[in-house]
Design a protein around this ligand. Structure first.
Ligand SMILES: [Zn+2]
Ligand SMILES: [Zn+2]
Length: 446
């Protein structure tokens, strides 16, 4: 890459935009899901190091006890080797072996100022990408080459946006105030990557945290949404009941039926009374039990999630769900095990940053519309990072960057308008400028 010496965000970012599109396409071709994002890890780390960032990798940034739902060893190994074959250098991914994926890149500006973190998620989805000739990644030759995995949520575009922004800061280091911290986070889709990074202290010194998502409910290029509400708090669990297997004809009375307990639990989970303080959700997405016709089922396992419009509403759902699970165990004399599988919080953007962001957006040519107030209605684990920063007196902002999403998120024909990579990087560069330049802060305060 040729380093340029221009200083305005719209110029340096424009100068490298075509490369950023290529980065997005390279990442799109080699998608890897939660905890096996070895290709993205190596790809990002190599560029950040080339641009002068201090790197943190592996166990230094991912806490082992927060690696929920880690894939089995054979998958970890297969994906590690796949990344090497796709061309990343082993020195950047060997620290990630065993699922310690993700990259933290730090750049210290030549002038004093706050520590500003930018978080981008890097994982793909599990699923097949469309093979239709009308699907642009197919048409233009950058469709997923990893069977069963595909970028269907735009995290490839997020990663490219982060790299474009990182490249901009590196080129303007002489004017940079304070410290920049890039958090390229693994495992957003299963909502465990943020917690794993927080637990190793990556957010401890952060004054401002910025993050965002392409699309969702901002579906036109040039739109931006800053005043986001209804980010749902979420809790996921793996639930297991264990009973006693016996012959269903000879001695059913001696058995303890785990399937029956699970059924009682599931039915009553959906019967939890709704909370007067706002919306909640509950879902049991899988249920497996028993072995065959004539054996009283010894075990039953299911996956349960609850959500709430606030942390309080979700806590209520978790508490009531726990009572139901325990009640069913007691009723059928079963052993109950509940393993947490993911957590996200309801999350709130810092009001000062919503205001500041709106002012910044008003002055950008790339922004055609600032969406006034918008519900998210999904869950995001960046909320844990936001809470962490806000609890230590910092400020956080999660933004939606508008783009068409073609078949929609998590659909095999998902795609983005790649101009969103430029738009997001430019906005984030400008808001960074606004929080670090005292004079600009005053302007925006008016
Ligand atoms: Zn997603
Ligand atoms: Zn996503």
């Amino acid at each position: 890459m040729i380093m340029c010496t221009r200083h305005k965000p719209e110029e340096t970012i424009q100068a490298h935009f075509n490369e950023a599109v290529q980065w997005r396409r390279d990442l799109h071709k080699c998608p890897q899901p939660s905890w096996v994002e070895f290709f993205a890890t190596g790809y990002v780390a190599e560029k950040l190091e080339e641009w002068g960032y201090e790197l943190k990798l592996g166990r230094e940034i991912i806490a082992e006890d927060k690696q929920l739902l880690l894939p089995e060893a054979t998958i970890l190994q297969r994906e590690y080797e796949r990344a090497l074959k796709a061309g990343v250098q082993e020195k950047y991914i060997s620290p990630a072996q065993g699922g310690f994926t993700g990259v933290v890149g730090i750049l210290k500006g030549d002038q004093p100022g706050p520590t500003v973190a930018f978080r981008f998620d890097i994982d793909s989805n599990e699923g097949l990408e469309s093979k239709a000739g009308s699907h642009r990644p197919v048409k233009e030759g950058f469709a997923s080459q990893n069977p069963g995995y595909a970028h269907m949520c735009g995290h490839d575009a997020h990663t490219a946006m982060g790299l474009l922004l990182a490249c901009h800061f590196a080129e303007n280091k002489a004017n940079l105030k304070g410290t920049i911290k890039f958090l390229f986070q693994p495992n957003e889709e299963n909502l465990s990557g943020a917690a794993a990074m927080i637990a190793t202290g990556q957010l401890d010194d952060v004054d401002y945290l910025f993050s965002g998502h392409v699309g969702v409910s901002a579906r036109k290029i040039g739109q931006i949404a800053l005043d986001i509400h209804s980010i749902l708090a979420l809790s996921r669990f793996e639930v297991s009941y264990t009973g006693r297997p016996t012959h269903a004809g000879i001695s059913p009375n001696e058995g303890k039926n785990a399937l029956l307990g699970a059924c009682a639990a599931v039915t009553n989970l959906y019967a939890i009374a709704r909370h007067d303080q706002g919306a909640s959700r509950i879902n049991v997405g899988t249920l497996e039990a028993g072995t065959t016709w004539n054996i009283i089922p010894e075990s039953a396992n299911f996956r349960l999630e609850t959500r709430g419009v606030s942390n309080e509403v979700n806590s209520y759902m978790v508490q009531k769900a726990t009572e139901v699970l325990q009640g069913a165990a007691q009723m059928y004399d079963l052993t109950l095990e509940v393993k947490p599988a993911a957590t996200a919080l309801s999350g709130r953007n810092s009001p000062e940053l919503i205001k500041l962001g709106q002012k910044v957006a008003e002055n950008l040519h790339s922004v055609q519309e600032t969406i006034p107030k918008i519900p998210f209605n999904g869950s995001e684990d960046v909320t844990l990072m936001m809470e962490r920063v806000q609890n230590q007196g910092g400020k956080a902002l999660f933004v939606l960057f508008g783009t068409p999403v073609f078949g929609g998120h998590h659909n095999s024909t998902f795609d983005v308008d790649e101009n969103v990579i430029f738009n997001g990087a430019e906005f984030l560069a400008r808001i960074h400028e606004a929080v670090t330049e005292e004079s600009l802060i005053d302007d925006y305060r008016q």
